[in-house]
Ligand binder design. Structure first.
Ligand code: FAD
Length: 295
């Protein structure tokens, strides 16, 4: 099923993101993670693609296929295009079709440090057009409530986002953020530009301080004072930090749902325990919202 059609059936969509293990690590752990996550009945699970196309022997396709064909949960395979030729992408698309994978999260990927790219794509909107021309896929794209790191002009970033939607993206997933007001402002900018595809809010629970520092340095998310206080207070107590991080994420999600946001995409960091605690905390809210009829 296409993700856009899940949004037609449900008032609120709740989904997970996982990443394939590093090439040297065995797949057994991720199989167990998926087993645990499937019990939480997400609407779909997306699987990331190695930076710069580094996912050797395409674990993204393998895991997306397992989620969809073994466990019967819809999946979305991330796909980056920087450094790839058009025929590289076509080969991957054929593989996805053969594996009955219906949804792709189409991305540019990060520019390599040496800034060289011998590929045929410069931006995600070109990949989106290419996918549209070569198959019947649901196409998701990334969006950035605080602007992408290479483009801090928020209005220009929305113009570029609109281009991805015009080229065929029918669903958006946001970069993580810790201040919901940033996301509400972003939704307003999208609405003013008539971007009317479903937009899911990307939520990342804090699991440890180092991880959050690294990720926010990479994406530039604002850290609210309340959030910094939690990190500083519990940084040397991993269990307390994890519990406070879960509570923070739950509070964010409850506020987003109460404000009418229709999709929550949980960056699980392959941690089923954290995903379970969050899902259990917001499950009754999502169930009750989904009982309301879509008008
Ligand atoms: P684009 O939409 O192409 O944008 C990249 C930059 O180019 C932006 O600054 C944009 O403003 C600018 N731009 C766009 N169009 C133009 C134009 N016409 N002219 C000039 N500038 C333009 N990375 C991975 O490697 N693997 C993953 O699995 C992965 N999953 C992700 C999932 C989500 C939900 C998100 C938010 C990010 C993910 N990323 C992943 C990271 C992503 O690859 C990087 O953020 C990357 O730098 C940008 O990708 P994009 O698809 O948003 O690029």
């Amino acid at each position: 099923m296409f993700i856009k059609d899940i949004f037609k059936e449900k008032k609120v969509v709740f989904s997970f993101e996982i990443f394939p293990p590093k090439t040297t690590t065995s797949l057994d752990t991720i199989y167990k993670t998926i087993e645990d996550l499937k019990d939480l009945k997400p609407d779909f699970i997306s699987v990331t693609y190695g930076a710069g196309g580094s996912t050797i022997d395409n674990k993204t396709t393998l895991l997306s296929s397992l989620i969809k064909n073994k466990y019967g949960i819809e999946s979305a395979a991330h796909l980056t295009c920087i450094g790839s030729s058009k025929s590289d992408i076509e080969t991957i698309l054929e593989d996805l079709k053969k594996n009955n994978i219906k949804n792709i999260l189409a991305l540019r990927g990060d520019i390599p440090e040496d800034k060289t790219s011998n590929g045929e794509f410069s931006y995600a909107y070109e990949l989106i057009s290419h996918i549209r021309e070569h198959g019947d896929f649901g196409i998701s794209a990334a969006c950035y409530p605080e602007g992408h790191l290479e483009c801090r002009d928020l209005d220009l970033d929305i113009v570029r986002l609109k281009q991805k939607v015009e080229n065929g993206a029918d669903h958006l997933v946001s970069q993580l953020f810790f201040n919901n007001n940033v996301f509400y402002d972003f939704l307003e900018r999208c609405s003013k530009k008539s971007i009317d595809v479903p937009i899911e809010a990307g939520i990342m629970p804090v699991i440890n301080k180092k991880q959050i520092e690294r990720i926010t340095a990479l994406c530039g998310a604002e850290l609210p004072e309340k959030f910094i206080k939690i990190m500083n207070k519990y940084e040397h107590n991993p269990v307390a930090l994890r519990d406070a991080g879960i509570a923070y994420a739950v509070e964010q999600i409850v506020d987003l749902l109460s404000s009418g946001v229709r999709g929550i995409h949980l960056y699980t960091m392959n941690n089923p325990l954290v995903a379970r605690r969050i899902t259990e905390s917001v499950g009754s809210i999502i169930t009750s919202l989904n009982k309301d009829i879509i008008v």
